[in-house]
Structure formats: C-alpha cells, structure tokens
Write a new protein. Sequence first.
Length: 565
Amino acid sequence: MGAPDQTSSVANIVRDVVLADNGAGSFGGRVQTRFPPEPNGYLHIGHGKAIAVNFQIAAEFGGVCNLRFDDTNPAAEETSFVEAIVDDLAWLGFPIDGAPLFASDYFQQLFEWAELLITEGLAYVDEQDGATISEQRGGYGQPGVESPHRDRPTEESLDLFRRMRAGEFAAGSRVLRARIDMQHENMQLRDPVMYRIVDAPHHRTGDVWHVYPTYDWAHGQSDAIEGVTHSLCSLEFDSHRPLYDWFLEHLPLPHDQPRQTEFARLELTHTITSKRKLRKLVDDGIVDGWDDPRMPTLRGLRRRGYPASAIRDFLDFIGVSRTNSRNEIELLESFVRSELNRVAQRRMAVLRPLRVIVTNWPTDALGDPVVEWVELNNNPENPADGTRTAPFSGVLHIERDDFRADPPPKYFRLSPGREVRLRGAFFVTAHDYITDEAGEVVEVHVTYNPETRGGSAPDGRKVKSTMHWVSAAHAVDLTAALYDRLFTAEVPGEATGEVFDDLNAESLELLTGCKGEPALAAVEPGEVVQFERLGYFAADSREHGLFHRTVGLRDEWANIQKRRG
RNA sequence: UCCGGGGUCGUCUAAUGGUAGGACAGCGGUUUUUGGUGCCGUUUGUAGGGGUUCGAGUCCUCUCCCCGGAGCCA
C-alpha cells in the first residue's frame, strides 16, 4: 500500500457542493461550469487555477466547461486578447471545443430582462451622478439614503432606459439600478447599478450599444442562459452571491437556477498576479511584452520553459479551499524540476569561464593539440535518449567556481594537488595556477591521466568530484539571459506594490560570455536543456542563442556556504 | 463601526467525534561519472480560554487574529 492519495483531481470544497447537489437531485444530475475571463489582458498562473478547477470538475462529472468572455466593459477589451486567451488555454492543456462564448452575445436578452424588472417595479433609472449615488449608499453600519428617483413611475423608467440605449444621454448622466433595499447590511444589495452609459466602441458589437451591463447584472444571467449549473468564482464575490441569487429569482430562466460557489484564488510568493501591475510592466516597457519570460503569464511561463504538464500537476496538487493562502513558488518549481529532470537533455556549459591547460596533453605533427571525442549521456534518467560526443583537447574552460586555490573544508572540486574527474573524459590533477595583478586566478594547469579515459580509473579509485567542461577551441559563445525571480522580493512590498515600483530595466540580470559545447546547436527553439550543475535553461523561441533560466538545480554546496555565513 | 468569510507543521493541504497524515521547504545520512536524480531517516502544527463527551482539530460558548465588502471594474 502506498501513501494515501491526497492529490484529488478536484478539490473537496467544490466537489462537495456538486456531490450534494447531485445527491439532492438538483440540476437533474447535470454539471456544467464555465471559465469567464475578461478579454482585457493575458492569462496568468492565477487564472490557471480557475481554469483547472472549472474544466476538471466538469470532466469529473461528465459535464462541459464553457469558455465565456465577460466582455461587458468595452473600455479595455480587445479581440487580440480573445485570441491569446484561447491559445493559452490550449497550450495549458484545456483546448476549447469550437468557438468561445461571449457575454456580449446576450446583450439583447439582458436588455429585455432589465425591461421586465422595470415593469415589475424592481428596477429604476437614476439620474444622479456617481458621487451622489455612492454617498447615498451609506457605509458599514451606516444607513443608506433612497434616491429621489427610486419611486418614479415604471413607464417613466422604461422610457428613459430605452432612450439611454438609443444614445440620447451623455455617459455618466444616468444609470439603471435594481430596486432592492437601501438599508441592507450587505452593500451589494443597496440598489446596485445594472447598466451604465459608455461611449467607447465594443470589440464585438461596435457602436450598436450605448448602455452596458455591469458584472453583477451580466454574470449570473449569462450563466443561466448557458445552462451553467455551478458558477465557481473567487472569494471576493462572496458578498455578491445574494445579489446573484436575487436577480435570478426574479427572472424567467430557461434552465435551473445556477449556484455560485466561491474559493480562494491562487497566490504565489515572488509572483505578481495583479493584472493591473502586469499591464503596467508591459506599458512602461520594463518587460518585452506579455510573453516576457519574467512574467507570470502563461505565455511568459511557456517562454521561460515551464512545461504545461508541470503547471497542471501543480494546480492539481494544491487543491482548492476557502482559506486565503499563498503558495511558495518553490512548490511550483519542484513540479517543474521533476518534469524537466525526466525529459530535459543534458548539456555542458560554463557561465564564467576559467581557462584550464592540460600540460601533458599530446600535440600533433603540426604542434597543435590533439582532439579526442568523448561520449556523454544525453540523460542519465532516460537511457533511451542515447549519447552524444564532445571534443576534448588541451585547452579547456571550466566554471570559475570549480577551482579554489585555497579550498575550504568540504570543497570537493578542483584545487592544487587534487584529482577530479572531467565528466566523460579523464581524471585530471591540478599542479599550478596563474593569477592576475588583483590576485584572481586566471589559468589553471593540470595533468591528465591517459589511463582514465571515459572517466574511470583502472585501479577503481574514486574521486570526490565530477566537473563539467568545454573545449576552448570548440566552444560556442552563448548569450544566456538569466532571468531569475524578478518581480519578486518578499511579501511586505509585494502586496502594496512598492517593490513593483522599484523595478527598472537595470534590475535585469544579464550574464553574457557563456560558453557551451557545440551540441547546443541541436537545441530547438523553446526546448529546455539542463546545463549540468547550472540548472535548466530554455532556448528562446524567437531570438537565436538566447537562453532563459527556467529553474535552478538544488545546490548543496551553495547551502554549505550559506550556513557558514 | 456593520455584514460576510476564514484560522491544522515554516508554506500549502488531509483527517464518518476515535493513532493529527502528505507534499514542498529544512536538517542528517546514503547512492551516484551532474554537490543533479534516487533512496533512508528526521525536526516542527490543531490561535487562546471555558464547556459537552469514555474520547474534540471536528460539537457548544466566549475571546483573539487575518481576509473581503460602501466602482457607473471584473
């Protein structure tokens, strides 16, 4: 028996509600959900959770999940976002069936239902300005004040509302309000606005409409029109639920009345999930765009080299609850590492080269160092990935960190007198090194042992360290852009945006002069390789020779150093 | 201030009123031609006080703390 399975594909809170409904015979046992983004930006990791929950709960209960764009505010919405969202959904692994749905397709129905509410005395046109309405709403524990237009004849409201639609009035001059209860303890029920006049053209309906429904008036109604049974949303809509229900209870619905259930949204440490802030990064040119590998957008993560399957596994694992929480980015990274460890090809590269001369390496008739090709595993985790060969010669580069003239305790890499293995090649022993005026080591001299070709000694003796290397004459220069956790910094500033404001182009850490073995040419755009001992890097899908750090490797030596202070 | 929602290891998340478990993070080993991977072990938790019960994370009660709500945003 293994460990109990705690990675339920659908979280308890949501499943329990569905199960209870099914048990009670609600919705005739039918389950239908929807993912309702507003097309005013790109999807990010936070949306991923909503996507996973909605699509998976539908799948688990044999239902469908619609992609419906909540395009009720023409101000910031664009068709390009619609296309990108459909695309990102497919990449994440939740391709939609056919064309997406739009709240804007229901504008006419919504309008007619609004007329119905007016007729029944449940809605009225208010012509006070926003500030006045807001003031009259009162405050927490404070009474509200009824609008002077609240009791106007229904015929008058109907007439005004139709003229609002026709564009007779200026934006902001009139709104349609639900007539509920100005003394309600829940502010959402104090005569909420259903329609406002907006002059901007809509990305789909153009200038046909001059009034647009608010979220509250559009969302539940759209759910009802589509036959959604379970409308899953985040915690901040909790106080909207009574309003969601109120509207639906007063309408002649074509299906059973949908039920709204709230759960906590996904937050991650070191990660900005505010669309507003992400947009600012793009608008201010601090990042290249929405797909900049430093962005937590799905396309950013994609370009950074995060496998979609790893994101899905993570989303699946964290579950859903009503507890406000913030997951550690390390947990996501562990899923990324685990997938990449399985599939990523291994390559050798050095970021900060240190020249190594093999003093006893043979030369040919012309006096040039001999070149020998050695065989290396592409991925020890998967022998089926085969081997490759790399050229070895008398002048090499190793990582600067891999040599210490004066090694501290527990340092197993190269140092004077110490024998180490150069991966797949030979054992070498350092016997000398050269420093510059500043005392920096600039060159190390080693001797190799011809008996150890392939990396093992005939006498079976062990070495404590195996190091990666590249042949200086054969190495290719890469520009490895190491975007690490940028928008990031711990919580205090993150929530308020202070850290965000500190960001600038200089924050970018760019390392150049990276040397890599020729086999790198075989890396396809977008493909992720593991540079041994350095981490996982994604070859950029657009710019040749550019690599993004996907995620680092666990580094025990770094931990040892950290502990020593 | 009023209403609503929450509070289980450091972080997330489990536990028909019946042994508080898992993952990540940490720590210590071990294996290893990556200080990677794997494997083994291990530290740490029910916000607090009362109560009901043979037995409470779970039920009752009081207190404390956190989050959300007064857009013509979603």
